[in-house]
Every structure is written in C-alpha cells, then in structure tokens.
Design a protein around this ligand. Sequence first.
Ligand SMILES: [Zn+2]
Length: 298
Amino acid sequence: MNCCGAVAFAGSKLDRADHIRSDPERLAALKSPQASLLLLDGLAPGLDADNTLAWGRLKDAPEEAELVFLGLRGGFGCFAAVPAEGSTDPAYAPQEAMRRTWAALSLMSEEDLAIYGGARSLVDWHARHKFCAKCGAPTMLAKGGWQRNCVSENCAAEHFPRVDPVTIMLVEHEGNLLLGRQPRFPPRRFSALAGFVEPGEAIEEAVAREVFEEAGVRVRDVSYVSSQPWPFPSQLMIGCHAIAESAGLTIDTRELEEAHWFTREEIAAAMAGDESGRLLTPPSVAIAHHLLKWWLAK
Ligand SMILES: [Zn+2]
C-alpha cells in the first residue's frame, strides 16, 4: 500500500535484536549508563518540548520496576519500565489518561508513534499478566520482556505477549462502499466494519462472518490489503476488501448505530476534507483512512 503513506504505529526504527533477548550476559551488558529509558506517564507518552518522545536513563527507572528491552538504537539498549497498573479495554480506560494520550499522539512523528505503540502494548501486557493463567502463581519477566514465566516449579508455564487479530474491511457493491458508525463515534463519522477474529477462523471467514453479523450482507472474494498494529491494547488490524452479493442491509444495532452505502464521489469528497456531505471519514491515524485512500486510488 505504498501509494498511501505509512500507517501509524508501524515502521519502528529500533533494531529488535531478538538474539540478545535470550542472552542474559549481553542483556545485562546493555543495561549500561548510556542505555535509554522511555519515559512514560502511566501508559501515556512523555514528550519533550519539541514533541519528541522523552527518553531518560535507566537510573531514572522506579526501583523494583521490571524493565523490558525494546531494542537497539545506535548500538545502545532502549528500555521501558512496566507500570504498576495496565489498561483495561480502552472504552473503560480512565478518560483523562486517554485524552492525554490522544493529545500527545497528534503531535508525534511517525517514527515516535511506532516506538511508543510497540512499547505501550508490551509494558501494558506485562502489567496485566503478573499471574499465571494456568495455575495462578506469580509470573516473572523473561527474555528481556518478550516472555513471562510462571514461578511455580510444578507449572513453569511460559507466556508470550499477545497480539489479537482484528479484521477491518471495505465491502463493495456496484462501485459503492459499505461504512458504518458506532454510537461512540463523533456525529457523521463513518468507518469500515471491523471485528475480532475468533478461534478456528481464517481471516476470510472472519470478514464474512462479521459483515453478515453486523450488516446482514453476504460477501465473496475477500482479499488482503494491508495491516496496522493498534496499541489499545494490542490488536493487529488486518485490512481487507470484499465484494457484497447484494445491497440489502440488516443492521445489528447492538454493534452499529447506522450503516449505509456511500458512492465513490461522496467518499472522495469527504477524504478531500469536504464536511458538507453526510459523511466524515476516519482520521489518518486509523487504518480505515488508509484503506479508503487505497480504494479511491485503485
Ligand atoms: Zn503457572
């Protein structure tokens, strides 16, 4: 999807240096005075005066805090401290913290968004997984923060940072696109339908099921377009395109407030910033925005 620019939260320039994660000696050596600590305010990004991500030194980390190894930059280690508390579903996260986060995100460069997004997902996972899901015993950070191990010798389960796949799809019928709005969206904002992939489903099946559940439309010819990591808390958005068999809609109002077919002209005008129509498009931080750009260009 090179035609449409980079998606937010992807493209981190940090070297993930996987070989160092499982090498305790090299990892310890990286925790030097020159090592960098990403300064977070809870889970919100800390910004310097020039709106770049704020970095401190490892010595600034709270005592007893678990440290995750984010990767290498210029040969030096970059770390982040696990906060005392993680997030819950963003819909229920403290509103003030989310307002602070979104205000900061709007000021940040693409490179910083990618570093922050990955770090946020990772430290949030640690904060929410301090106990073993198998036996309930405490867990300990391992492999530089890319694993947690149960401390119970009888269990010794290994746990890995989660990524939850979500399909998000442009559904097309005779040149028009189906877009819906959730009740929490600002007025007139519509976006692509989306939903979590369930156990036992291929991406194509998840797309077809979600579209049928939410809008009552059968789809075919599902194809992959592009993806985006979404750090609230840790989704992988899988952008797809599908063809609808028919245009009749049966909306599940528990999921969507409204859904309509929009013409290419309506979408092009809204994407160009025209706010006089019945549609306001998603912000550029969301993959839905990039999917619409891709569709208009194809
Ligand atoms: Zn266990």
